[in-house]
Design a protein around this ligand. Structure first.
Ligand code: URA
Length: 190
């Protein structure tokens, strides 16, 4: 494991482990506080994220920011946001299993350095890899599991909420559960 956050970021910025490096504009390493107790994990950069080098900056990201704001979380202050893969899959397709495998070491290293108390998986791709290989978002969203001492929950991906707005109330309930869990187990998030 790399012990220094900036060094890990530099290594990631030069990564050529999979084919996504050939079409990326920017590596999207992650954003937020390296001391965060709460970490969000998405799928992979889209077009806007690839252009700006920051996760969740498109329409889905704006929705995510609003939901975070409702429970007094902000990407600048008290959380960290990363993705399963750090480079944009062309045409926003799902990241392929070999691309996820090539990239997962960076995410593991981020988790190792940040040591979050809570991980929230945004959408199916992250939840399948991190929580349960059979994860069903519609059935399992909002339920907590504990793995290696870390409390984990999967919820709807913001882009899925834009496509299916009728799921927004359930997603909001998940965020309220997150707020309760933060109050229960975190020291300096609020
Ligand atoms: N979708 C994701 O999963 N991650 C991003 O960073 C942007 C969109």
């Amino acid at each position: 494991m790399i012990e220094n956050f900036e060094e890990l970021k530099q290594i990631c910025n030069g990564c050529t482990k999979c084919g996504l490096c050939e079409t990326r504009t920017n590596v999207v390493f992650g954003v937020g506080s390296p001391n965060a107790e709460v970490m969000f994990i998405g799928e992979g950069p889209g077009e806007n994220e690839d252009l700006q080098g920051e996760p969740f900056v498109g329409r889905g990201g704006q929705l995510l920011d609003k939901m975070l704001d409702c429970i007094d979380l902000t990407r600048e202050k008290n959380i960290y946001i990363a993705n399963m893969v750090k480079c944009r899959p062309p045409k926003n397709r799902d990241p392929a299993p070999d691309e996820q495998e090539a990239c997962i070491g960076y995410l593991r290293n981020q988790v190792y350095l940040i040591k979050p108390k809570i991980i929230v998986c945004l959408g199916r791709i992250a939840a399948l890899k991190i929580i349960d290989p059979n994860f069903k978002v519609t059935k399992q969203h909002g339920s907590w599991i504990v793995k290696n001492g870390v409390h984990m929950m999967g919820t709807f991906h913001p882009a899925a909420l834009l496509r299916n707005p009728h799921n927004k109330p359930e997603a909001f309930e998940d965020f309220l559960k997150l707020r309760d869990k933060i109050h229960e187990i975190c020291d300096h998030t609020y």
